[in-house]
Ligand binder design. Structure first.
Ligand SMILES: NC(=O)c1ccc[n+]([C@@H]2O[C@H](COP(=O)([O-])OP(=O)(O)OC[C@H]3O[C@@H](n4cnc5c(N)ncnc54)[C@H](OP(=O)(O)O)[C@@H]3O)[C@@H](O)[C@H]2O)c1
Length: 221
């Protein structure tokens, strides 16, 4: 995730413009390690999504490791209300999987399947563990990178399904009263209920003014 100095992860409806080109390059490097790149449907609707690296050198590293040049893209949607005209559904240079809730219904499931993308209907209940089980056992994924947004981050954290967090802190103040932060949906009425993380590394970019943070999520007490 990339956020402004005051913690906002959206600017004018999308995340675009929050990170510098170096932040975007670091995101591509993170992607280069992933087997699956997952986003929530809100992010796909807001700004599109793909798992592309757009970097021949990084693609070559993956191929040399025996991986496909581009990781598999994945989206989680309960409703199935998805922008089927987006590259996520129409592109053929990367594989993609659509995880749907049962509430999406037959018609929407069929419409997604008609794009040629693989559809997995998750069982009722918390979708996060079921999604990760499928990615591990059916897609053979060892490393899944979640690129947000905040609701999906919250769902994965609540289910104890996040191991690490990479966070870029920009040097601009975005403002706004009801603007999304990196995680929403977690119920933490007291600090003792909060999720704690251990800082693994912190580095800066002298020109761009960004701070690049890597955390490990600590187990709940
Ligand atoms: N700054 C950054 O680094 C960054 C990164 C990513 C995104 N963003 C921004 O974040 C915004 C979108 O965030 P968001 O929180 O609204 O959306 P989101 O987390 O991308 O997606 C939320 C959607 O995912 C599905 N979903 C998530 N958890 C679920 C669960 N437990 N069960 C069933 N479905 C679940 C639902 O889809 P349905 O509604 O289809 O049921 C839900 O509405 C966009 O403006 C985007 O630009 C910023």
């Amino acid at each position: 995730m990339v956020r402004s100095l005051d913690g906002k992860v959206v600017l004018g409806g999308t995340e675009r413009g929050l990170g510098t080109p170096l932040d975007q390059q670091l995101m591509r490097e993170l992607r280069s390690h992933a087997d699956v790149v997952l986003v929530g449907a809100g992010t796909l609707r807001a700004s599109g999504a793909s798992s592309r690296l757009d970097d021949p050198a990084l693609e070559a590293v993956r191929v040399a490791r025996g991986q496909p040049a581009t990781p598999t893209a994945a989206v989680l949607s309960g409703s199935g209300a998805l922008p089927l005209e987006r590259a996520f559904f129409t592109a053929r240079d990367f594989e993609a999987v659509v995880y749907l809730g049962r509430e999406a219904g037959e018609e929407r499931r069929a419409a997604v399947e008609a794009t040629g993308r693989r559809v997995v209907v998750l069982p009722d209940g918390d979708p996060a563990p079921a999604l990760l089980r499928h990615a591990r056992h059916e897609l053979g994924a060892r490393l899944l990178l979640c690129e947000g947004g905040p609701s999906l981050n919250g769902a994965l954290l609540a289910a104890g399904c996040l191991d690490e967090l990479f966070l870029t802190v920009g040097s601009s103040i975005a403002g706004g009263a009801d603007v999304l932060t990196a995680v929403v949906g977690l119920q933490t009425p007291r600090m003792t209920d909060a999720t704690h993380l251990a800082l693994l590394s912190a580095s800066t970019h002298p020109d761009g003014g960004e701070l690049y943070l890597r955390y490990r999520v600590l187990p709940r007490a």
